[in-house]
Design a protein around this ligand. Structure first.
Ligand code: ADP
Ligand code: MG
Length: 223
């Protein structure tokens, strides 16, 4: 209807505005960070303030990047993607972080999987966010199992961890902006994941048992 159309027009204008603002915030931030880094040797007895300033700048950067992903769906270009290759790349990116946290990543994929149409950088972002959450859910370490299989006209990509789990009444809040249980969390990671997968015509399902672990399943259509 006309009313709905107007609403979505407004939303996309807001999105473009947000993307523009995010971009404009990033440039001065990069320059502040650069100069701050030059000052490190002079921070001396204020090294603790210095460290906080740098980490707060990094935090703003993370929030801004996550907003840019959300605000710019029109910049996506879809290409045929080999999920196994993409996943191996993502695992190699995150492996050092995992090892440091005593986390082992196990990957298995069906052979002969079809390509899926994806904005591959954005999909990468989704997998990284899910893996980061899994690692962060296991402060003393553990295992993550990633599996990729085909189910009819869908690719089923699941990430299972042995982490703290999510209380049942909280499952519905996942993907809401700023919902976080972490001291240094942004509560934007999952929102970005949901949004990107929605843009791919897919879905994310979550199951979880408190104290036992969680499983995030990404469903992607095969064309
Ligand atoms: P952030 O990681 O910055 O907190 P996210 O949007 O990525 O934000 O996640 C939101 C919240 O969802 C987390 O703070 C955490 O409470 C919960 N969560 C997400 N993934 C997991 C997981 N694998 N295990 C346990 N809790 C999770
Ligand atoms: Mg996160």
């Amino acid at each position: 209807t006309e009313e709905m159309l107007r609403k979505s027009d407004k939303l996309s204008m807001l999105g473009q505005l947000a993307a523009g603002v995010a971009h404009e915030i990033r440039n001065p931030l990069t320059s502040i960070k650069g100069f701050l880094q030059l000052l490190e040797s002079r921070a001396e007895e204020h090294l603790d303030y210095y460290t906080i300033m740098l980490s707060e700048i990094d935090r703003i950067n993370t929030i801004v990047s996550e907003f840019m992903v959300l605000a710019k769906p029109q910049a996506m270009s879809f290409v045929p993607t080999n999920i196994t290759e993409l996943m191996k790349h993502v695992i190699s990116l995150i492996e050092t972080q995992a090892i440091l946290k005593n986390v082992q990543i196990h990957y298995s994929a069906e052979t002969g999987l079809p390509l899926v149409s994806s904005a591959d950088n954005q999909l990468k972002q989704v997998f990284i966010n899910l893996l980061k959450n899994a690692i962060e859910a296991m402060p003393t370490g553990g295992n993550i199992w990633i599996t990729v299989i085909r189910d009819h006209d869908q690719l089923v990509i699941s990430f299972r961890d042995e982490g703290c789990g999510i209380p049942e009444e909280r499952l519905a809040s996942l993907g809401e902006p700023f919902y976080t249980t972490k001291e240094k969390g942004t509560g934007l990671g999952l929102m970005v994941c949901f949004k990107i997968i929605e843009n791919h015509g897919g879905k994310i399902h979550v199951t979880s048992t408190l104290g036992k672990g969680s499983k995030f399943t990404v469903l992607l259509p095969i064309d």
